[in-house]
Design a protein around this ligand. Structure first.
Ligand SMILES: [Cu+2]
Length: 105
């Protein structure tokens, strides 16, 4: 938890309503060896949840080395976005599977 996050949560608690932080979870599906949507925009602090609907494992591997997430068959995997930037990623097992993540501050 970053200090930036603590204040809004404390404020929400004081108001008597707990509002979970603004962070969103954005789902990206992997089905039939296709990443969909191919381009996703999210904010720092958001989570990306990849949903592998295939019967083979996939990865979300950033070309710039920022992340390398393995998504087992019929499972999901989540990554919390920590920094802004545009990241192209692909599947190490199926290099034709490509997508872009645009992370805004
Ligand atoms: Cu794959």
């Amino acid at each position: 938890m970053t200090p930036r996050r603590i204040l809004p949560i404390a404020a929400a608690l004081l108001l008597g309503t707990f509002v979970s932080a603004h962070a969103a979870t954005i789902q990206i599906s992997m089905e039939n060896l296709v990443v969909s949507p191919a381009e996703t925009t999210a904010k720092v602090g958001d989570s990306i949840e990849w949903i592998n609907k295939d019967i083979v494992a996939h990865t979300a591997t950033a070309r710039n080395g920022d992340f390398d997430v393995t998504i087992p068959p019929k499972k999901t995997a989540t990554l919390v976005l920590k920094k802004a930037g545009t990241v192209d990623y692909y599947c190490r097992f199926h290099p034709n599977m490509k997508a872009t993540l645009v992370v805004t501050p």
